[in-house]
Design a protein around this ligand. Structure first.
Ligand code: NAP
Length: 512
């Protein structure tokens, strides 16, 4: 082991910023240009020198940048390929770059445990004395052996111990955060789980004791799997405000990557100054999800495919309408820890319609007999509408009609009737948007509500507009089911306009 000298970090503010933005580029000019663009909003930057072909060549520009920006706190990192970085040189060369990075103004240096073990004691001592030292360990496969790794790490004196693991399921976040809670009483620790399932630790790790967390400069510039960009971490998840009393909510499903719910619900919490954060939880099983609900704890959940039915057996009670529909899309954790289920898809369908026409006695045709159709049929029946069902497989359609005391129609019966509203609750029209579940002359109604919301304008909507119908886009269902969730969780009216604005913007954004 290299040194036993106590080291007091120099030039470090007493309170570190919560977010350190990792900057990468293949050449020095680009790296500094990116840092310039970031510096105003991000006073804490990690320079990933290993991404530059000749890391040493970046140092003169880095010096000028840091002289010009004394407010920036900088980490110098030159991680070797063997440890998951890009630097192909020896550990001695790595030590050399790091010491020089400190000389040009980096107040912190990041050194991987593997390098520290392999380094000559004199090189390690040089690194250790050059700046504040972050000793790191990355596990790109799993969250395991945290104690053992930490023991190995703390054999080396350092100012911060950074443990980065990979979440292969949601409960790994709980493991890592418990570990951070315990160790942060003894040492300065930094911890995060990589991977899509590591989002919980990326947002909540700071309140579990992580000295700070890492963010990507922009989407697409991640230096680790699952890393969130700094703007999203600040503006969407409001990481600067996350504290012990911040309530945690999330949307759970599989897959969940493209869900618009986090953007919409976090915007709603922000607008109404609710101290809460909402995360996308990629749950590969409900058992995994439920462990997090108890241990984090999570105060409320939006439940999406494929768990809307399966979740019911994990709940203490569900509202009667959700029971009839046989699906729950909203869970609230009461003060006694019990879980209650609701179906807000009903509000998602009923509210946009009743804002436009009285539902009592209205003739409404529902296309489909799946989950969304069931929410529509039972919700509309409850409001006194006369409901008709058309479905590809007649057996499923007839079964639903019987259960909900509504009428099943064949296509030819349907063509002879006139409706107040038609609701498309099939996926036809999704994706390319080229298909329509009805031909133009079959769209016999005053209103058309297409529950499909990607694309924002479907073929069915175009045909209906051409025929003079008033069209309700599927995004209104998405917003209204979320608005009802917000009300159930917070007891406050939801900022519907703001939620609609965020969803419309997201749907119009070019696809990545
Ligand atoms: P689901 O449970 O799988 O039901 C799908 C229904 O559509 C079934 O009745 C099925 O008929 C029918 N169907 C499927 N493919 C068809 C095809 N090619 N031609 C004709 N009928 C077809 O799905 P869900 O959860 O009800 O969702 C349905 C759609 O609603 C989704 O695709 C989504 O676009 C939309 N949705 C929107 C929101 C929102 O917030 N806007 C929320 C939930 C759902 P069979 O019985 O014959 O299989």
């Amino acid at each position: 082991m290299a040194t036993t000298a106590t080291f007091v970090p120099r030039h470090l503010p007493l309170r570190l910023p919560r977010v350190c933005v990792a900057v990468t580029a293949s050449n020095a000019a680009d790296m500094i240009a990116k840092a310039e663009a970031l510096a105003r909003d991000n006073p804490f930057i990690e320079f990933r020198l290993d991404y530059i072909r000749q890391p040493g060549s970046a140092l003169p520009r880095l010096r000028r940048f840091l002289e010009y920006h004394p407010e920036v706190l900088a980490i110098g990192t030159c991680r070797r390929a063997a440890s998951g970085g890009k630097f192909r040189g020896s550990v001695a060369a790595e030590a050399d770059i790091l010491v020089k990075a400190a000389a040009v103004g980096c107040q912190l240096l990041d050194l991987e445990l593997q390098s520290a073990v392999a380094m000559k004691p004199k090189d390690l001592q040089r690194v250790r004395h050059a700046a504040a030292l972050i000793l790191s360990s990355h596990d790109f496969r799993a969250t395991r052996k945290l104690e053992e790794t930490f023991r190995k790490m703390t054999a080396f004196p350092a100012d911060f111990y950074k443990i980065v693991s990979t979440a292969t399921h949601l409960a790994d976040n709980v493991t890592l955060m418990k570990f951070l809670e315990e160790k942060s009483h003894q040492r300065s620790v930094i911890g995060v789980c990589m991977g899509e399932q590591g989002i919980i630790s990326r947002v909540l790790g700071v309140r579990a004791g992580s000295a700070f967390t890492f963010a990507a400069a922009t989407p697409g510039e991640e230096t680790a799997p699952g890393q969130v960009d700094s703007r999203t971490l600040r503006d969407v998840y409001r990481i600067e405000q996350v504290e012990n009393s911040t309530r945690v909510y999330g949307v759970a499903g599989d897959p969940i990557e493209h869900s618009l719910s986090p953007a919409m619900m976090n915007a709603a919490f922000r607008r109404e100054t609710v101290n809460a954060v909402y995360l996308a939880l990629h749950a590969k099983s409900l058992a995994d999800l439920m462990a997090c609900v108890r241990q984090i704890p999570i105060h409320g959940l939006s439940i999406t495919m494929p768990y809307k039915q399966e979740i019911i057996k994990h709940l203490h009670n569900i509202e009667p309408l959700a029971n009839k529909i046989g699906a729950v899309n909203t869970v609230i954790r009461a003060q006694d820890g019990k879980l209650y289920g609701f179906n807000t898809d009903v509000a998602g369908i009923v509210r946009p319609l009743e804002q436009r026409l009285p539902l009592k006695g209205a003739k409404v045709l529902v296309l489909g007999a799946g989950g969304a159709a069931r929410a529509a049929v039972f919700g509309l029946k409850e409001r006194g509408a006369e409901v008709f069902i058309v479905n590809r497989s007649s057996s499923a359609g007839q079964k639903l009609a019987k259960k909900a005391k509504s009428k099943f129609l064949t296509q030819s019966q349907m063509r002879k009737l006139q409706f107040d509203a038609i609701i498309n609750a099939t996926p036809v029209g999704m994706g390319s948007g080229k298909q329509s579940p009805l031909k133009e002359k079959e769209i016999n109604a005053r209103f058309l509500f297409d529950l499909v919301y990607v694309p924002a304008e479907t073929r069915l909507m175009k045909l209906a507009r051409a025929r003079g119908l008033q069209v309700i886009p599927g995004s209104e269902m998405f917003v209204q089911q979320g608005a009802r969730q917000f009300e159930i969780w917070t007891g406050k009216p939801a900022p519907v306009e703001e939620m609609q604005r965020i969803v419309t913007m997201a749907l119009q954004a070019p696809k990545k």
